[in-house]
Design a protein around this ligand. Structure first.
Ligand code: UD1
Ligand code: CA
Length: 454
């Protein structure tokens, strides 16, 4: 059985990004560029993935963690030199090595599968993925002989004026048989304009030895775009957003304005959910079906059930069950769990709290570090006083409790099952079940006071 592994080149600095961050760690479509590449390689069946790191090696290794094996290229002497660094690690591997660059985030698994299939079918020693570019400037050109056989790749800087006319370019993506690749790499030199060890020279070395060199052409040249600048990063962002929106719409999601909707690659959304304009859905968020999300909503790493409405909401690291309504102008902070049928109304902040089934916080409240039971009603302007300047304390509001407007609940404190709290109270002691807690000065009316004052 044939075996496939990938080598992802990610040691370069990416000078044109003008960044302290290694180029491949720049995020696009919600993931780092190198993560997109790795996902495509894995999707095409690469069972092992080796990443060549150099500039910012530790941060790249941290980002990818156990998803990959790493080899370090301490000096960036060229793409051929980068691949050579994996020689020792792979010396016992029998199979196909797919070489990729860490800066091509638009790449999809399907294209790599096609490359691998053509390489295997051709029984080639090397297969280069090519593309016809309307503007091939900067790319290596694929040079074929009279019979159409690929004989070499010439870098733009090394090309003759005749070679520069070729618009079939090297995408920088290849399949090689492991033994043939590393044998050819041993014969590289750096006699070229850039003084680098070019991986592309492997093609002419193999071709001169009469090894079989093959080419597969990508249908969509955009998919192999290498990102070198912030402007290209923004272009890739647009393409990835469009792709994600289209995928969701094809699965039954309504997106009212694709130009103002930004959904990360890993997000899932169920059918008949409507996404309204100016909405960001990020990270590992999943949204059920029949929801109404937006406008002006930002959701990060949040699990959302079915038939949920979020209007003008910022929610991060939360869990929202079915039939919940939130908004407008609500901030749901990490570790907030809203059970079925909860209603959160305007100008409310909830943090690190569980809100039980059917409970309501309709207006102007801060609920933090709270365990709230079912069918609780929270009056407008209720504040949990959860922080004493040193420690955070929890508030416990049991099933069916009714908290009047403008109440301060000074934690740690419990409002018992079915209890009432009078409006305007500052509650510092537990309110027993079914009791009324009142904690405010009594009103005193002084008759005729206005007349006497004169
Ligand atoms: C390379 C190809 C070119 C092709 C183009 C496609 C070579 C010599 N040229 O050119 O034919 O058209 O890709 O995008 O291979 N890297 C390292 N270590 C190094 C040098 C590079 O890890 O010493 C990594 C970079 O981080 C990058 C990738 O290899 O991810 C490609 O390097 P880059 O310098 O961008 O190659 P190009 O000049 O674009
Ligand atoms: Ca370059």
């Amino acid at each position: 059985m044939s075996k496939l592994l990938s080598i992802v080149l990610a040691a370069g600095k990416g000078t044109r990004m003008k960044s302290t961050l290694p180029k491949v760690l720049h995020r696009v479509g919600g993931k780092s560029m190198v993560q997109h590449v790795l996902d495509a390689a894995k999707g095409a069946g690469a069972s092992r993935n080796v990443v060549v790191i150099g500039f910012g090696a530790d941060s790249v290794a941290d980002e990818l963690g156990s998803q990959a094996e790493f080899v370090v290229q301490s000096e960036q002497l060229g793409t051929g030199h980068a691949v050579m660094q994996a020689n020792e690690l792979l010396k016992d591997f029998e199979g196909t090595v797919m070489v990729l660059c860490g800066d091509t985030p638009l790449l999809r698994a399907e294209l790599l599968s096609k490359l691998y299939a053509e390489h295997s079918k051709a029984k080639a020693s090397a297969t280069v993925l090519t593309a016809k570019m309307p503007d091939p400037t900067g790319y290596g050109r694929v040079i074929r002989d009279a019979s159409g056989q690929v004989i070499k790749i010439v870098e733009h800087k090394d090309a003759t004026s005749e070679e520069l006319l070729v618009n079939e370019v090297n995408t920088g993506i290849y399949c090689f048989e492991r033994a043939a690749l590393f044998e050819a790499l041993a014969g590289l030199n750096c006699n070229n304009v850039q003084g680098e060890y070019y991986l592309t020279d492997v093609i002419s070395i193999l071709s001169e030895k009469n090894a079989k060199v093959w080419a597969a052409e990508a249908d969509d040249y955009q998919e192999t775009f290498g990102i070198n600048s912030r402007a290209q990063l923004a272009e890739a962002e647009k393409i990835l957003r469009k792709r994600k929106n289209l995928e969701l719409m094809n699965n039954g999601v309504t997106i009212m304005d694709v130009d103002s909707t930004f959904i990360d690659a890993e997000v899932s959304i169920g059918p008949d959910t409507v996404i309204m304009p100016f909405t960001w859905i990020e990270g590992s968020t999943s949204i059920g079906s029949g929801c109404e999300i937006g406008p002006n909503t930002r959701i990060q790493n949040t699990m959302i059930g079915d038939n949920v409405t979020l209007h003008f909401v910022y929610a991060h690291d939360c869990h929202i069950s079915d039939n919940v309504t939130v908004g407008p102008y609500v901030h749901l902070r990490p570790n907030t769990k809203l059970a079925q049928g909860v209603k959160i109304g305007n100008f409310v902040e909830v943090k690190n709290s569980q809100i039980g089934e059917g409970s309501k916080i309709p207006h102007l409240s801060y609920i933090g570090d709270t365990d709230m039971g079912q069918k609780v009603n929270i009056g407008s302007g209720t504040i949990t006083v959860n922080y004493d300047g040193k420690n955070k304390h929890r508030t416990n509001i049991e099933d069916g409790a009714f908290v009047g407007c403008n109440t301060n609940l000074v934690a740690p404190v419990t409002v018992g099952h079915g209890a009432y709290v009078a409006a305007g109270s500052t509650i510092t002691k537990d309110v027993p079940p079914a009791a009324l807690g009142v904690a405010r000065a009594r009103q005193n009316n002084i008759e005729g006071w206005v007349e006497k004052r004169k």
